[in-house]
Design a protein around this ligand. Structure first.
Ligand code: NCD
Ligand code: ZN
Length: 335
């Protein structure tokens, strides 16, 4: 049977939530990933050193002993330097959301005034704290990411030493930015390597495939595949696995977010094998992220096999992508 081994897989964009949801979903990521960049969009958001420390402790309590490293983030505000110095040791990055653009982002930034942001961003640059960005404007839904490119240009050119990560990119415009600025990087989800808008709303509407940013056009999918499959050194895997209870997805007013954590590596094997690029998967799911973030995860070896895997209908009340469907790769063993 065909098998493929991945060392220290990393999920560089993950929503773990809190309380019972955290207890249900964190072990699923901890099983197959060495670590993850944990998003701070809780209610209320993670904004202080105390919040970060307490949230990390709750995550550690939810996963089996020492099996997983949560790389913590802070919710971006125009923080001052003294505050950043006090919190720097507790965090791996800071996550910036435009206000109201996605789930739990109401407290985000409403104006991208570089001078207003300069003290914070310059301090982050000096202290080598990466900035992760949800790059969408409030424009027409299909254009939101492309419209945000001018803001990435503004940030990247004003702070050339600041590492800026364009999170969950979905467009060829974002792919093109990677080679324009040395300090721009990107995460790509597994669902955006599979879906276009047609899959979400082209036939019957599929709430479990609805997320922000929404999946785009075939040419965008091709652009994302080209850099992911080549394991472009500035691109990392970040699932953006975003669990919501089933009733919040299957409702009038569907919450944005696709739950992929337990099926992500299986799907990635399927995609990379299909394009005969399995050899590049290691860089995409771990090595690139280690170099970009300068992190050194604990040893973990995940072996996948090419055999049918039926995706569970739900995980403790959360419906995953492809629930009930059969994938062609399964996790065989984790050491
Ligand atoms: C995320 C969530 O549910 O927290 N939703 C999503 O559609 N991706 C937030 C985000 O990353 O935009
Ligand atoms: Zn997200």
């Amino acid at each position: 049977m065909k098998s493929h081994t991945l060392l220290m897989p990393l999920d560089m964009h993950l929503h773990l939530r809190d309380a019972v949801m955290l207890e249900n979903v964190a072990p699923l990521s901890a099983y197959s990933f060495s670590g993850a960049i944990v998003m701070p969009n809780l209610v209320p958001p993670v904004e202080t050193a105390e919040d970060v420390i307490a949230y990390k402790a709750r995550i550690m309590a939810a996963v089996p002993n020492d099996s997983f490293e949560p790389y913590m983030t802070l919710f971006y505000k125009n923080y001052n330097k003294a505050f950043l110095e006090s919190v720097a040791d507790e965090i791996t990055a800071i996550k910036l959301y435009p206000a109201g653009i996605t789930t739990n982002s109401e407290g985000g930034i409403s104006s991208f005034d570089v001078e207003e942001m300069r003290p914070t961003l310059q301090a982050m640059s000096d202290m080598e704290i990466p900035l992760c960005v949800h790059g969408e404007t409030d424009g027409f839904v299909m254009d939101r990411e492309a419209e945000f490119m001018s803001i990435y240009e503004l940030l990247a050119s004003n702070f050339p030493k600041l590492k800026i990560i364009m999170e969950h990119i979905t467009t060829k415009e974002a792919v093109d930015m990677l080679d324009k600025f040395d300090n721009l990087y990107a995460t790509i989800t597994v669902h955006h390597l599979i879906l276009t808008l047609d899959d979400v709303v082209g036939g019957m509407m599929k709430p479990h495939l609805f997320c922000k940013p929404i999946a785009k056009r075939p040419e965008d999918l091709d652009a994302l595949l080209s850099v992911a499959l080549a394991a472009h050194p500035k691109v990392m895997f970040g699932s953006d696995s975003a669990p919501h209870p089933q009733h919040k997805k299957e409702s009038c007013g569907c919450a944005a977010g696709i739950f992929t954590a337990p099926i992500a590596l299986q799907l990635l094997c399927e995609i990379f094998e299909q394009f005969d690029k399995l050899d590049n998967l290691q860089a995409f799911v771990s090595d690139n992220a280690q170099s970009i973030y300068g992190i050194c995860p604990e040893f973990k070896e995940v072996t996948l096999e090419k055999r049918p895997f039926v995706v569970p209908e739900n995980y403790s009340g959360v419906v995953p992508m492809y629930a009930g469907e059969t994938l062609s790769w399964a996790i065989e063993n984790v050491d």
